[in-house]
Design a protein around this ligand. Structure first.
Ligand SMILES: NC(=O)C1=CN([C@@H]2O[C@H](COP(=O)(O)OP(=O)(O)OC[C@H]3O[C@@H](n4cnc5c(N)ncnc54)[C@H](O)[C@@H]3O)[C@@H](O)[C@H]2O)C=CC1
Ligand SMILES: N[C@@H](CC=O)C(=O)O
Length: 346
């Protein structure tokens, strides 16, 4: 039976969700997946850090108060975030990186990933910044050190999209995709259709754990832009940078725009899309679009997301499921650990 030592870097909604899953599901994972997880370290800018090579109590961690320096309440803990020590010296086999997404340069999360990979430690992450902005470098680093770098949760949370497209749709010749790729903005548009104000809907999305630390990234399309870059580079062999993707969001859409759209049999959705042309060039965009109500993406509401892959051999293949959420995204980390557990390594 395999037991992986895992250190949690960033202990907000997602990694707390993972601690909760470990507390409640470790025994069943042993029986069904062939491994269990032992939390040997946690570090968080706001909460502090703690290391225990014998294993920390996952249930106690999941129940930790969200107060500054709270990890000092745990035996051996401190109010300071010793990120490098926790990553390199906690005895972790796996780092679950879930700090803030920085859409500008991907830091410091990219550095956290580098520290782990260079130390021969697997990385699973839900953070879009390192992948969209440093993906090629980090993947090469992982290969050099013979460890996994997995990031299923970076696009559509726990809904399988990246591995599904790369593995189950391999050979189907994906030529492009379009999708609703941000839970918060779709939640806001849905609530506004029900009569809620933009500000209240954003506040609710924050409470529910969907929104980024700065929800501007959600409503202005910057979060979708990172996801479009990730999908285009993974699936269309593009080498897109963030600056290659034209981007606008939903903040300019008023309640009356939504009502008017509905009256004419349409609805507003924030769509991220990319297409590979005959010349092999990939063009990509993020923008609010008016969709007819019978469009396959028109019925996707709340924090649910969906993406439609356009493939030469199958036509459109559409996947929908949770696009955000603490437990949903923690599940993506589990799916990454399953992937690394089942991938043979020399
Ligand atoms: N919440 C969701 O539904 C989803 C989140 N993600 C991504 O997963 C990551 C985590 O999301 P959440 O847990 O919801 O965010 P969160 O904002 O609840 O937690 C992030 C935590 O990281 C900590 N942190 C920030 N900078 C740090 C640093 N330099 N060193 C140590 N700790 C640091 C913060 O103190 C905070 O506790 C983000 O990158 C987010 O974009 C991806 C898919 C869905
Ligand atoms: N803030 C994001 C979280 C997942 O990436 C969203 O709302 O989709």
């Amino acid at each position: 039976m395999t037991e992986y030592n895992i250190a949690l870097v960033g202990f907000g909604g997602v990694n707390r969700g993972l601690a909760q899953l470990i507390a409640t599901h470790n025994d069943s994972w042993q029986a069904t997946l062939g491994f269990s997880l032992k939390i040997v370290g946690v570090t968080d800018l706001f909460l502090g850090s703690v290391v225990d090579r014998n294993g920390l109590d996952a249930a106690a961690l999941a129940a930790l108060p969200a107060e500054k320096g709270a990890l000092a309440l745990i035996a051996g803990g401190t109010a300071e975030a010793f990120n490098e020590t926790v990553i390199k010296q906690s005895g972790a086999d796996i780092i679950a990186e879930a700090t803030f997404t920085n859409p500008v340069d991907g830091e410091p999360a990219a550095t956290f990933c580098r520290w782990a990979l260079e130390s021969g430690i697997h990385v699973v992450t839900t953070n879009k910044g390192p992948i969209a902005l440093h993906g090629a470098e980090l993947k090469a680093l992982a290969r050099r050190h013979n460890v996994a770098f997995e990031y299923e949760g970076a696009v559509m949370s726990g809904t399988p999209v990246i591995r599904l497209a790369k593995q189950a749709l391999a050979g189907s010749q994906i030529q492009g995709f379009e999708g609703i790729l941000n839970g918060t903005s779709n939640y806001v548009l849905t609530r506004m259709k029900d009569g809620m104000s933009f500000a209240d809907a954003v506040a609710q999305a924050q409470q529910l754990g969907y929104a980024e630390a700065d929800p501007t990234a959600d409503v202005e399309g910057f979060d979708v832009r990172l996801k479009v870059v990730i999908l285009a580079n993974e699936l269309l062999d593009a080498r897109l940078s963030v600056s290659d993707v034209m981007c606008s969001g939903i903040s300019g859409i008023s309640a009356s725009d939504i009502v008017k759209a509905h009256a004419t049999g349409q609805c507003w959705k924030l769509i991220g899309a990319a297409t590979k042309g005959a010349d092999g060039m990939v063009s990509a965009s993020v923008e609010a679009r008016l969709l007819p109500l019978d469009h396959p993406l028109a019925g996707i509401n709340g924090a649910v997301n969906a993406v439609s892959f356009n493939s030469a051999l199958l036509g459109a293949v559409t996947v929908s499921g949770p696009g955000a959420g603490r437990i949903e995204t923690a599940y993506a980390l589990l799916s990454d650990i399953i992937a690394l557990h089942t991938t043979p390594r020399q």
